[in-house]
Design a protein around this ligand. Structure first.
Ligand SMILES: NC(=O)c1ccc[n+]([C@@H]2O[C@H](COP(=O)([O-])OP(=O)(O)OC[C@H]3O[C@@H](n4cnc5c(N)ncnc54)[C@H](O)[C@@H]3O)[C@@H](O)[C@H]2O)c1
Length: 413
């Protein structure tokens, strides 16, 4: 018997509106409602999606009518709400990241372990076509032993000017969040391909912003006294491999904004720039020869592949062409038929994020982006910001371990 989800969305801002229709359309979801501190925002969602309004978060978590909440509040506010929801016995879908402190993540893990409630972080990076490709090539053995990977998430914070409409002058104080407090888009693309692997230690360096000093700075420009607009970390992984992760919030690169540039193994290597994806591997018939396959058609949405050789294509990719579509490598065949005409997002990732949470709820199995995996995506960033603030000092990274052995992960792709 599949358990049905009855969920209240907390935070009716810019992002959540992409998800209400997906939850509403999912065959395992029975009931949806919305809640925002600011009543007009909840009212707008009510009118847009025909969903009831719950006045406060506290009302939602104390209402037995709901068995889950979806946290879509500002990125630095997740931890306390997730903890309260779990304590109230609610299952949790959370937008990224898990939380802003290691202590909060430890507490969330403790509560999930103790209660057996579902926790799933909606991480786009885990489902991107490049991550699916490298994960499958690793699993099949074609890449051999993992050696080195590079991933980044580039998003210039001047884009967040739009949030002035919601947050007034406070928008700059939120936009100045340390880049490494939002690390999961990049870490997930590397670690999500390496089951059971975690960051053991790291060293990070920050680029101290010289231009947008009204957003980034050591005074009161932002809530964190954060001077860094861009931060990079070099990580020693538990499997002996190395990863370079960059979180950039002030530079002139638009799209694609989140990608693996290199994922190197002893037997096969993946490499990407702008619009071209390549896979190199040893020739089975000649151990001295490397073969290079272009795999762009598998990893790009079909609309982009169709114009790949036209002169204006890089500009179109920079303008986020294909943002709403999935690529052939992503396993859209497993997505519920009800989603066929539902809008997608982040290169076809939204459908997977919602489906995995709902499948986890329905079956009692773990979502792939469960708290143990998400902690491994998130905690290195929190340590990296401390390392960067201390000029790159080498730091150990705490690991919360694997999921309990008697709680298997969904295997959907
Ligand atoms: N690629 C991605 O995965 C991706 C992309 C965009 C945003 N996000 C995430 O989505 C989340 C939401 O982002 P956004 O841009 O929509 O933010 P937003 O600021 O537009 O909206 C947040 C809303 O939460 C409400 N809120 C805050 N505290 C609340 C509380 N206690 N109870 C009820 N409502 C409360 C606010 O009033 C606001 O309307 C963030 O965590 C962000 O990290 C993820």
């Amino acid at each position: 018997m599949r358990r049905k989800t009855r969920i209240c969305f907390i935070g009716c801002g810019a992002f959540c509106k992409s998800f209400v229709p997906l939850f509403k359309a999912h065959p395992d979801v029975e009931y949806t409602a919305v809640c925002d501190l600011i009543p007009e925002r909840a009212q707008k969602y009510h009118e847009m999606f025909d969903v009831p309004i719950v006045p406060t978060f506290e009302d939602a978590i104390s209402d037995p009518n709901f068995n889950a909440v979806a946290i879509f509040v500002q990125r630095h506010l997740h931890g306390p709400l997730v903890i309260e929801a779990l304590k109230a016995g609610k299952n949790v879908y959370s937008a990224v990241p898990v939380a802003s402190t290691i202590e909060e993540i430890v507490e969330i893990e403790r509560l999930v372990r103790k209660t057996g409630l579902t926790y799933s972080m909606g991480e786009t990076g885990y489902y991107r076509a490049c991550a699916v490709f490298c994960r499958e090539k690793m699993a099949s053995g074609e890449m051999g032993d993992f050696v080195y990977g590079e991933a980044q998430y580039n998003h210039d914070q001047r884009h967040f000017h739009y949030s002035e409409e919601h947050h007034g002058k406070e928008w700059k104080k939120i936009a100045g969040i340390p880049p490494m407090l939002y690390p999961t888009h990049s870490t997930s693309m590397i670690l999500g391909c390496l089951p059971g692997v975690y960051v053991e230690k790291l060293s990070a360096f920050g680029y101290e912003e010289k231009y947008l000093t009204d957003i980034f700075g050591r005074e009161d420009q932002n809530y964190w006294g954060n001077p860094f607009s861009n931060t990079a970390m070099l990580c020693q992984l538990s499997n002996g491999g190395i990863a370079r992760i960059s979180e950039n919030r002030r530079l002139a690169f638009a799209g694609p904004n989140s990608y693996i540039s290199q994922f190197y193994g002893s037997e096969g290597c993946y490499e990407f720039a702008v619009s071209r994806h390549y896979f190199t591997h040893w020739d089975k018939n000649d151990p001295q020869k490397l073969l290079m396959d272009e795999v762009s058609h598998e990893l790009l949405p079909k609309s982009v592949t169709a114009i790949l050789n036209e002169p204006g294509t890089p500009q179109k990719i920079s303008d986020q062409m294909g943002f709403w579509e999935s690529a052939p490598r992503q396993h859209t065949e497993r997505i519920p038929i009800e989603y066929r005409h539902e809008k997608n997002g982040h290169n076809g990732c939204h459908h997977f994020m919602v489906d995995d949470f709902c499948q986890a709820m329905a079956t009692g199995l773990l979502s792939p982006t469960n708290i143990w995996q998400s902690a491994r995506f998130n905690i290195p960033g929190l340590v990296a910001h401390q390392s960067a603030m201390q000029g790159g000092v080498l730091m150990d990274v705490p690991d919360l371990g694997d999921p309990p052995e008697d709680w298997p992960v969904l295997k959907l792709d």
